[in-house]
Design a protein around this ligand. Structure first.
Ligand SMILES: *[C@@H]1O[C@H](CO)[C@@H](O)[C@H](O)[C@H]1NC(C)=O
Ligand SMILES: *[C@@H]1O[C@H](CO)[C@@H](O)[C@H](O)[C@H]1NC(C)=O
Ligand SMILES: *[C@@H]1O[C@H](CO)[C@@H](O)[C@H](O)[C@H]1NC(C)=O
Ligand SMILES: *[C@@H]1O[C@H](CO)[C@@H](O)[C@H](O)[C@H]1NC(C)=O
Ligand SMILES: *[C@@H]1O[C@H](CO)[C@@H](O)[C@H](O)[C@H]1NC(C)=O
Ligand SMILES: *[C@@H]1O[C@H](CO)[C@@H](O)[C@H](O)[C@H]1NC(C)=O
Ligand SMILES: *[C@@H]1O[C@H](CO)[C@@H](O)[C@H](O)[C@H]1NC(C)=O
Ligand SMILES: *[C@@H]1O[C@H](CO)[C@@H](O)[C@H](O)[C@H]1NC(C)=O
Ligand SMILES: *[C@@H]1O[C@H](CO)[C@@H](O)[C@H](O)[C@H]1NC(C)=O
Ligand SMILES: *[C@@H]1O[C@H](CO)[C@@H](O)[C@H](O)[C@H]1NC(C)=O
Length: 398
């Protein structure tokens, strides 16, 4: 059994080499499995990220009628068509998620196709599910679009902005840094929770250089590239002289954290995917929790900078574009299993105090087109923003 498989995230499309095969990202990184089951979870190492939560909106949401999504033209109804803050709440949605993983449709270079109107709809829907979202990259103006949408909808969402650097092309990093800094200058810091520099950078670097251990010599060489970008972002934010501190972190596949990188960030976000790890749905939530605690939270707690650890992505696919990829060992893509993962993971993790970003808000057809299999089918919503036939758990997130 593997300890972890990472899935594809959201790169600009040129950030990926052509896949050698559909599983190229899902590299086995070792067989430390035994540990996962055996080691007891240490007490007190949980991610302390609780907030005084209150859920003003859910009360008013319950009486409102459902939005009518039978038509693609408008997934969300506004009582005032000119005021995005007047959107009608959907009683099926509950603010139960700690966070959501999100990429606006059409945010891959070179052919950006996103729009403010589209992002406003997404934010209207997401604000009924969570108070936190994370982005993966900053191309196609997505940082500004999301912050503008939050402003216009007047919702309580804070965003972890993302910079998706490419090991072989440092202009990707600087280009995104500049748009992130510009967005902070335009929109201020109120709705910014952090800036994440790196998305599976170490995983990609190791794959490209034929290595597996993130703390090997090869790993440490790649780590220096990422750390330089992280420190550059820290400096660029400091130079703004903001009156609120904005933490800088990184996100990677769960088994690919390099210790030197973790020592250089304030938070780490970890992709933990039971489906890719061939874990059956019955064990998926518990496996995810154990993996995260043992592989990420405990090691991070030993570092002197004590980075806060989050689950960057976890979820379950509802479908596959071909029957052959519907199952990965005992893990099977289906709506029923998506529902089961929601039922067993979300409320328990809220109680556990785990900070997680559910993967993901809606299906991303570009991933299906490029990679097939289950890649395009991880959303709570379909790509046209219809809620899948699932019931959202009802347990307010902290
Ligand atoms: C949504 O619209 C369809 C088609 O007009 C209609 O049949 C259906 O009853 C509507 N559903 C709701 C919940 O309003
Ligand atoms: C769907 O869109 C058409 C026009 O494109 C409109 O006539 C119809 O009323 C819409 N239906 C719903 C349920 O919104
Ligand atoms: C939206 O997506 C759902 C599920 O994929 C589908 O049933 C529905 O027909 C789609 N609606 C439109 C207008 O494309
Ligand atoms: C997503 O964006 C692309 C353009 O990048 C567009 O062609 C497509 O229709 C959009 N999908 C949806 C469901 O709006
Ligand atoms: C906004 O959400 C945060 C949690 O992300 C919470 O701490 C805060 O109280 C909320 N603010 C309002 C006004 O509801
Ligand atoms: C997006 O970027 C351009 C500059 O390239 C800027 O003028 C615009 O205001 C930005 N924000 C939005 C929400 O489009
Ligand atoms: C934490 O949540 C997981 C599900 O993600 C559950 O399996 C586990 O028992 C929970 N742990 C505690 C201590 O509540
Ligand atoms: C699941 O994927 C298949 C293959 O792309 C597609 O035909 C089918 O409509 C999808 N099912 C749903 C519920 O979207
Ligand atoms: C899984 O998907 C890939 C890419 O779409 C395809 O090449 C492969 O044949 C599929 N595997 C199976 C077992 O069907
Ligand atoms: C996961 O299951 C697939 C078959 O669906 C198999 O090809 C793969 O080797 C399995 N991986 C592990 C590590 O068991």
């Amino acid at each position: 059994m593997p300890d972890y498989y990472g899935n594809l995230d959201n790169p600009g499309e040129h950030y990926y080499e052509k896949p050698r095969n559909s599983k190229r990202k899902w590299i086995i990184v070792g067989s430390i499995v035994g540990l996962l089951a055996i080691i007891a979870i240490g007490v007190g190492v949980g991610v302390a990220v609780s907030h005084k939560g209150k859920d003003n909106r859910s009360a008013s949401a319950s009486k409102s009628s459902q939005s009518n999504n039978s038509n693609n033209s408008s997934p969300v109804t506004q009582t005032d068509p000119n005021d995005p803050s007047t959107f009608v709440k959907d009683s099926r949605l509950k603010q139960s998620f700690y966070g959501l993983a999100y990429t606006p449709n059409g945010s891959q270079l070179p052919s950006c196709g996103n729009s403010l109107q589209d992002v406003i709809e997404d934010v209207q829907l997401m604000s009924q599910l969570t108070t936190r979202i994370r982005l993966y990259g900053a191309d196609c103006n997505q940082s500004a679009l999301v912050l503008e949408a939050i402003k216009q909808t007047k919702v309580n969402i804070s965003v972890f902005l993302g910079n998706y650097p490419v090991p072989t092309d440092n202009t990707a990093y600087t280009r995104q840094r500049d748009t992130i800094i510009a967005a902070i200058q335009t929109y201020g810091t109120d709705n910014i929770a952090g800036v994440t520099v790196g998305n599976e950078f170490m995983l990609n670097y190791l794959n490209a250089n034929g290595a597996q251990d993130p703390n090997s010599a090869v790993g440490n060489t790649g780590a220096q590239l990422l750390i330089a970008d992280i420190q550059d972002t820290v400096s660029a934010i400091q130079a703004l002289n903001l009156n609120k501190h904005i933490p800088v972190g990184t996100a990677d596949a769960g088994a690919y954290f390099n210790t030197e990188v973790l020592s250089a960030v304030e938070y780490g976000m970890s992709n933990v995917h039971p489906w890719f790890a061939n874990v059956s749905i019955d064990q998926a939530a518990a496996w995810t929790n154990e993996f995260f605690q043992e592989q990420n939270v405990q090691p991070a707690s030993l570092l002197s900078n004590h980075p806060t650890m989050y689950i960057a992505e976890t979820g379950w696919p509802s479908n596959s574009s071909d029957a052959g990829n519907e199952s990965n060992g005992p893990s099977t893509a289906s709506n029923a299993n998506l529902q089961e993962f929601l039922n067993t993971f979300v409320c328990q993790s809220n109680t556990n105090g785990t900070g997680y970003f559910y993967f993901e808000f809606f299906d991303e057809p570009w991933k299906d087109q490029q990679f097939g299999g289950v890649e395009g089918w991880w959303g709570l919503f379909t790509s046209n923003k219809t809620l899948k036939p699932i019931e959202i758990p009802d347990c307010p997130s902290p």
